[in-house]
Design a binder for this molecule. Structure first.
Ligand SMILES: [Zn+2]
Ligand SMILES: [Zn+2]
Length: 294
């Protein structure tokens, strides 16, 4: 039986939400820990604001570092993991590529190998019953979070043989350590730093990236096999940096193109960064939409 029909047969979205796939137990633990810590951080902050406990707002340093890490993590996901590695719609300078992988991992987005394999399989099977993250099967929460730890992961050899290389496996090995650092290093700025630079930032990044699989594929009334991807302008500002991932319908229509926006009014910081890097000689072989030159 092929891996694909096994997936449909197994219907992992029918398992209870708290049962992770065998090889994704650590991902599940991470999800639980990061959410619990983020909730504790927000409760402490609210109690502090209400004057119930002595707990001030985070310092300006913590706020700025949180925004920078969120921005670079989002940029790494869209430019490096998504547009460059998954779709090969541009080639990044190797140094820049690995710097972006570092910030993407710090942002909680996992290793480039599993990301690329899962993402390519999503595109190949989008809107069929074999789509690994379709809200049609298991509803919103399956598409939003559950598939990440309940789907055992796409076959690397089949979906990402070009990424199945030492330089990317090294990141996979370093991942647990980097995540622990990412979650806890803010403590050097006190408890506010611990929660804002750690769990609250990671939970925010997680949800506003996972909307790509859930909200941006929720087209009520569309039937199986019909394209469910959507463009939603108001999601842009929530993805600090408005990286351009919210133009998901444009992207599904031309997945091998590096530009996700199709008009000047569609903010696409990922694309502006690519154009800038191209001008600086840090990106090349950039694939543009057929109708335009810039
Ligand atoms: Zn999609
Ligand atoms: Zn894609």
């Amino acid at each position: 039986m092929s891996a694909t029909s096994k997936f449909v047969e197994a219907r992992p979205w029918q398992r209870p939400w708290w049962k992770p796939a065998k090889n994704n137990f650590l991902t599940f633990i991470y999800m639980v820990v990061v959410h619990v810590l983020a909730i504790v951080g927000i409760i402490l902050q609210l109690l502090g604001l209400a004057g119930v406990i002595n707990y001030s707002l985070p310092s300006m340093t913590v706020v700025i570092l949180t925004l920078i890490l969120t921005f670079l993590g989002g940029l790494g996901t869209t430019v490096c993991y998504h547009r460059a590695l998954s779709h090969r719609s541009l080639k990044l300078n190797k140094f820049i590529e690995h710097i972006l992988i570092f910030f993407t991992i710090l942002n909680g987005n996992g290793s480039p190998i599993t990301w690329v394999a899962n993402h390519r399989e999503h595109h190949a099977k989008a809107d069929t019953e074999e789509d690994i993250s379709s809200p049609r099967h298991g509803g919103f929460w399956w598409a939003h979070l559950r598939w990440v730890y309940q789907w055992p992961g796409s076959d690397i050899k089949k979906w990402a043989p070009d990424i199945d290389r030492k330089q990317y496996h090294a990141w996979e090995k370093a991942l647990p350590f980097l995540i622990l650092v990412s979650l806890s290093w803010g403590l050097v700025f006190g408890w506010q730093g611990f929660f804002w630079l750690g769990a609250i930032r990671l939970v925010h990044s997680l949800h506003f990236q996972m909307v790509v699989n859930s909200v941006l594929h929720l087209s009520p009334g569309s039937v199986m096999g019909e394209d469910s991807s959507r463009n939603i302008w108001w999601l842009g500002p929530f993805q600090f940096g408005a990286w351009g991932e919210n133009w998901h319908h444009n992207h599904h229509n031309a997945a091998n193109v590096a530009k996700f926006s199709r008009s000047w009014a569609q903010i696409d910081i990922g694309w502006y960064s690519i154009v800038l890097m191209e001008k600086l000689g840090l990106a090349k072989d950039v694939r543009r939409p057929r109708v335009e030159k810039t």
